[in-house]
Design a protein around this ligand. Sequence first.
Ligand SMILES: [Zn+2]
Length: 124
Amino acid sequence: MFSGGHEKGGFIVVDDFGFLSVARWEKGSQNEIILPPHRNCFIEGKAIVASFHTHPNTGADFQQEPSLTDVRAVRDDPDLKGEFYLGEFVVSQEDVYLIEPSGQVGVIGKTTEIFEGLKLWQQF
Ligand SMILES: [Zn+2]
């Protein structure tokens, strides 16, 4: 579903107690990411508040910003229109982008600043 073949991602979900957790996407065949079923923007009874995937820097010509395929995957997915869903974060080496459910794309900040202290980036 995503181009590049080196991307990883997941859903950020919230449970009834307000705790956030991450439901990682599995890598399928040919390095494609397979999204688990997420009917009505829920997965395993938890509301999806955001999704994210990485754009690792695999070379100078690797596209950092969200691709048209990325945008369409969010915009055209009827199950990513939940009440709490913010959109999909695309984490590139430089910037973090947000694809809104409407398909609008914006930069929300520098990756190093957002992930500083969180140590999340290293997991990918
Ligand atoms: Zn992508």
